[in-house]
Ligand binder design. Structure first.
Ligand SMILES: [Zn+2]
Length: 366
């Protein structure tokens, strides 16, 4: 029995061994050992700060999933599951017995985390789940993802009364599925930092949302070999000012670790400490804006050591932001700095903070 909660835990993580029922028949990069590694990283922090670990109480309901996914797509998944066969849902995305149960449980984890945060049972949460979600658009599976966990969580927060939710996606791949789902939604701010060109070949500067959602999507597509200095420039120039102006009631993070220098699927150069300071700055923003409410959802990350270390660094940064200052490691390369300037220009029509920079600065010198 757990003791009665007399005080909010400094950190709560959600995971569940049943998520490991999603397995490919042969080797696949999105494999159960990933979750074991991520859990090792998270548990090392939970133990150190007397945080809490919870299992996922229930799979996401049809109602919760239908907020972000087409009913016809959900029917197709149910039909594939009923067959019990192994199929490829797209060239990258395997599906077998146990896959749909795991995917619904992963999405249910996002719901459980959001409910606990919105009910003030905890402020800082992390969902350690697989399959990941951010490539799944409203109507199909894509890029190892079946159901869009972070989107299900954001929509659930809105249903619980959050006026606006911000999703920051630092997975090295563009969060095309999340972008698709909230493309016309002014109440979910989506900011993605990713390597481009790279799978899924979207997330360009001019993709800013449509109709009511115009301006609520911001993409930072960076060339390969981007490092902490580049991400720091992007945070200071775009991510943090826009968050402050958006004033969300909840911050969610699509936390992938495939931007790590050791990851085999991409070519960015992030280090453990870069995840710590990014998490620290977002946690500080959550304290300024929404009573510290922030939830991290595991996305990609395919080097097990980098994944374990990155998750641990993220949680250490979020628990104790003051101990993880942004590194001052010099200016980003000119090509990358020009992209940040281009993002500012593309998003400026909707964001006063990007128009009224008192210093009039541009981060690219020329
Ligand atoms: Zn990824």
């Amino acid at each position: 029995m757990s003791e009665a909660p007399t005080q909010k835990p400094p950190l709560t993580i959600w995971s569940d061994p049943r998520l490991q029922a999603h397995q490919s028949s042969g080797y696949h990069a999105e494999r159960p050992a990933r979750l074991d590694a991520a859990l090792r990283g998270a548990r090392s922090v939970v133990a150190g700060v007397h945080g809490q670990e919870r299992s996922i109480p229930a799979p996401a309901s049809r109602e919760a999933l239908s907020r972000v996914h087409d009913p016809a797509y959900l029917d197709r998944l149910d039909a594939a599951d009923a067959l019990g066969a192994r199929v490829q849902l797209d060239p990258d995305t395997y599906f077998g017995p146990g896959s749909l149960g795991a995917a619904k449980l992963a999405a249910g984890g996002a719901i459980a985390m959001v409910e606990a945060i919105m009910a003030s049972e905890t402020d800082l949460g992390m969902l350690l789940a697989r399959p990941p979600g951010h490539h799944a658009p409203h109507d199909r599976a894509m890029g190892f993802c079946l159901l869009n966990n972070v989107a299900v969580g954001a929509a659930h927060a809105r249903a619980l009364g959050a006026r606006r939710v911000a999703i920051i996606d630092w997975d090295v791949h563009h969060g095309n599925g999340t972008q698709d789902i909230f493309w016309r939604d002014p109440d979910v701010l989506f900011i993605s930092l990713h390597q481009a060109p790279l799978y899924p070949d979207s997330g360009w500067v001019n993709e800013t949302g449509e109709a009511e959602g115009a301006g609520a999507t911001i993409n930072l597509p960076f060339p390969a070999a981007g490092d902490g200095a580049l991400y720091a420039a992007a945070f200071e120039r775009v991510v943090l000012p826009v968050l402050d102006e958006a004033r969300p009631d909840l911050i969610l993070v699509s936390a992938g670790y495939d931007g790590h220098a050791r990851d085999p699927l991409a070519s960015m150069l992030l280090r453990d400490g870069d995840y710590a300071w990014m998490a620290a700055r977002l946690r500080e923003a959550s304290h300024r804006l929404c009573r510290g409410r922030i939830g991290f959802c595991l996305e990609g990350g395919y080097d097990l050591g980098a994944l374990e270390a990155g998750v641990g660094a993220t949680l250490r940064g979020a628990v104790d932001p003051a101990s993880h200052p942004t590194p001052s490691s010099g200016a980003p390369p000119p090509a990358a700095a020009r992209i940040v300037d281009g993002v500012v220009r593309a998003a400026a029509p909707w964001w006063r903070c990007l128009r009224d920079d008192p210093s009039g600065r541009s981060i690219s010198a020329a």
